[in-house]
Ligand binder design. Structure first.
Ligand code: A3P
Length: 319
């Protein structure tokens, strides 16, 4: 459905005919809307999200660029926020039965299929999105909702995206070469990219509103996971109690959400996502820092590092 026959409104079609376009990583074309790149289906979702979404001050948004460790952040956040209803060590925790993308769907994917979705009435509501800061609905900008943004080193993110999108391409589409995709990525033509602009939008906003926005890095989550999980629980307003800490809750969450646990579950080995039909397995590859060393040439590394340095210069953001 997402790859072959996205249903879009006349408004979306009319808009698309006016937008700059370039080649996509999976589909033939992507469109640039408000400075960021979208496939047809995603664009429909962003437009409906902007038009219809009503934020509540208690909402929580998990935001990432694709391939930044979104499914991991979703799993950890779901586990923290729902630990009273779903004790972490219970044998039938929802994360053992469903991919984290099912438990915390992308809000724009939901809107791509239904302009008036019924969101759960739980408080807080937990949403996720890849949408850039400027393109978030006005009601999100104007609310006090909490936003967690997790970014990832662009070299690893690019390599992850290269592998992922080749898995998504249907057989007749052929396989993309790393050189072609590298050129597109460096030009900024990447789903919800340019990568650097998306990161900077949230980084700058997090400096203005540190109480409402938490900025995380995939690399720090890998290197000091306990610290980051405690930080998240505090940010969500539900810090771990001394009893929970004594019972080892942080380690239990990390075990439940680890690459090893999640990637070996039946649901993630053989299941598909309801919304997109994509294979859950595609979301698990290596889950490591530094795999770019196995894929990028010296020239590619120099070029990407230079772009990153130039783009992030003066922002205080470093990789
Ligand atoms: P690699 O392709 O480098 O292995 P996203 O969830 O945003 O699509 O990101 C996917 C990346 O996160 C992939 O990176 C994937 O392997 C990694 N990943 C998935 N689950 C993870 C987990 N539980 N812990 C750490 N990394 C994980």
């Amino acid at each position: 459905k997402y790859l072959q026959d996205p249903q879009v409104s006349k408004e979306c079609k009319d808009l698309m005919s006016t937008l700059p376009n370039d080649r996509g990583w999976v589909l033939p074309v992507m469109y640039n809307y408000q400075g960021f790149w979208h496939n047809t289906w995603h664009l429909q979702g962003v437009l409906s999200f902007q038009k219809h979404f009503q934020a509540q001050d208690t909402d929580i948004f998990l935001v990432t660029a694709p391939k930044s460790g979104t499914s991991w952040l979703k799993a950890i956040s779901f586990a923290i926020l729902n630990r009273t209803s779903y004790p972490i060590s219970s044998g039938d925790h929802p994360l053992l039965k469903s991919n984290s993308h099912e438990l915390v769907p992308f809000v724009e994917h939901t809107y791509a299929d239904d302009p008036t979705p019924n969101f759960a009435s739980t408080h807080p509501r937990l949403f996720s999105t890849h949408v850039s800061y400027v393109s978030l609905p006005e009601s999100v900008h104007n609310s006090k909702c909490k936003i967690v943004y997790m970014c990832r080193n662009p070299k690893d993110l690019f390599v992850s995206a290269f592998h992922f999108t080749n898995k998504l391409r249907l057989e007749h589409m052929g396989v993309n070469t790393i050189e072609e995709m590298f050129d597109l990525f460096c030009k900024g033509v990447f789903l919800y990219g340019p990568y650097w602009d998306q990161v900077l939008g949230y980084w700058n906003e997090s400096l203005q509103r540190p109480k409402d926005m938490l900025f995380l890095k995939y690399e720090e989550m890998k290197e000091q996971p306990g610290t980051e999980v405690r930080k998240l629980a505090e940010f969500y307003g539900c810090p771990f109690t001394p009893e929970e800490k004594e019972d080892g809750i942080v380690d239990a969450i990390l075990r439940l959400c680890s690459f090893e646990t999640l990637s070996n579950l039946d649901t993630n080995k053989s299941g598909t996502l309801t919304m997109t039909g994509m294979s859950n397995q595609a979301y698990f590859r290596r889950g490591e820092i530094g795999d770019w060393k196995n894929h990028l040439t010296v020239e590619m590394v120099e070029q990407l590092d230079k772009i990153t340095e130039d783009k992030f210069h003066g922002s205080g953001l470093k990789f």
